[in-house]
Design a protein around this ligand. Structure first.
Ligand code: ZN
Length: 412
């Protein structure tokens, strides 16, 4: 942690202790005293804040300022149970716009750009977050919102949009429409900023080629402002995040302990300067790692890696935590393998864990050779010895859910 981050952290602790009933209760219940945080390492004693707690705080029990200071709320789209509502002050709204406009600058956008915004507006944070960033940058916002592909394409051509903000799936849909209609020469897009869902290299290549743009991954979550808290740069090696506003930690999702430098784990975020709903050590459930060293792009903000998946998807094999995203990462680096896979966990006669990784090979590749390469590469990247089995294309069941790819026979 940088000294200036720790200074902000201590101020934040004092602020929530004085103004946030949510944290006052939380500290009391945990028997935590803010005076025990004297040096950066002490923050590990601060209890985590979880998604469940924010749901229970519905509607506004998380609010840490008087009503007259709240200018807006946003809400996460809760698929289960109550949604989470986050109140924002003027400062919060401005901070978010600042982070988003920095993201756009990293993507090479300037006041001269015309930026077509296709994520939704409203309770959700995406559309309005992009909008505020574009305005702060001084560029032209084209606030389309989602859907209505006909109109999207018409505006894209007539207004000569130079940049697109979208989910990767919507960008792909637009790209395919543009190809089908033969409009490629009519569009002027140079850049696309896409929500950081995990998406394969093939999908990425298709969007890039069909639209003829450079792609940037943007990350964020409603609980922490919204999209715009980090973005990939031209070096395409991780996402830079804004450490003057946010503190990132990576923890072991099972023990809560900090992981060793550069290791994968769950991302935990503290909002150093947020007012409306400040969060201390918020567990995002997103799995990533912090990247060390300087980025070749020269930007002086630290980086995290792409989001590998959700901490809920983790399996533990021989004491090693494995995320489906890591498996995908290994497979995509080896030529001749499709993106489908299956993990079978079992126990051998000595009651030791075994892992079999099944994958599909493309036509014209040697199965035994691929099996050896995957085994070796997995050992190098993940640190685990596994068994591998190459199948022909179509042999594995297709599923959207990552968890369905893991068959755990160890407790049968
Ligand atoms: Zn960079």
């Amino acid at each position: 942690m940088k000294p200036e981050q720790f200074t902000k952290f201590k101020k934040l602790l004092q602020r929530v202790q004085q103004q946030s009933p949510f944290y006052q209760n939380k500290f009391k219940e945990a028997g935590f005293d803010i005076d025990n945080v004297q040096k950066p390492e002490d923050i590990v004693h601060i209890p985590f804040t979880t998604k469940e707690e924010l749901r229970e705080a519905y509607p506004l029990n998380i609010q840490a300022v008087p009503d007259e200071e709240v200018v807006r709320i946003h809400s996460s789209s809760g698929t289960t149970g109550k949604p989470i509502i986050i109140p924002y002050t003027v400062t919060d709204v401005n901070t978010w716009a600042e982070m988003m406009s920095r993201c756009m600058t990293v993507a090479g956008l300037t006041a001269k750009d015309r930026i077509q915004i296709t994520p939704g507006y409203g309770l959700w944070t995406a559309g309005i977050g992009f909008q505020a960033g574009v305005e702060k940058l001084g560029a032209m916002a084209i606030p389309m919102g989602p859907g209505n592909t006909e109109k999207q394409l018409q505006m894209m051509i007539d207004l000569q949009s130079t940049a697109l903000c979208a989910t990767s799936s919507y960008a792909l849909l637009l790209a395919e429409e543009i190809r089908k209609r033969g409009l490629k020469n009519d569009i002027k897009l140079k850049k696309a900023i896409l929500g950081s869902e995990r998406w394969g290299d093939k999908m990425r290549a298709r969007i890039k080629d069909e639209l003829g743009v450079e792609l940037y991954d943007i990350y964020g979550l409603t609980e922490i402002y919204g999209p715009g808290i980090s973005i990939s740069c031209d070096a395409n090696n991780g996402l830079h995040y804004w450490d003057d506003y946010l503190l990132f930690e990576i923890i072991n999702p099972q023990t809560g302990a900090p992981v060793a430098e550069g290791e994968y784990g769950e991302l935990v975020i503290t909002t150093l300067t947020k007012e409306g709903a400040p969060l201390l050590r918020y567990r995002t459930r997103d799995i990533t790692r912090l990247l060390t060293g300087e980025c070749s792009c020269g930007l002086n903000h630290p980086r995290h890696d792409l989001i590998l998946g959700r901490s809920d998807d983790m399996v533990k094999v021989k004491g090693v935590n494995i995320y489906p995203g890591q498996v995908e990462d290994v497979l995509k680096h080896i030529e001749g393998i499709s993106s489908e896979y299956q993990i079978v966990l079992d126990r051998d006669e000595d009651a030791k864990d075994t892992m079999l990784l099944r994958f599909e090979q493309q036509v014209g590749f040697d199965a035994a050779n691929l099996e050896t390469r995957v085994r070796k590469y997995f050992k190098t990247k993940v640190g685990l010895t596994i068994n591998t089995e190459a199948l022909t294309i179509g042999q594995l069941p297709r599923s959207e859910k990552k968890t369905a790819r893991v068959i755990d026979n160890r407790y049968n």
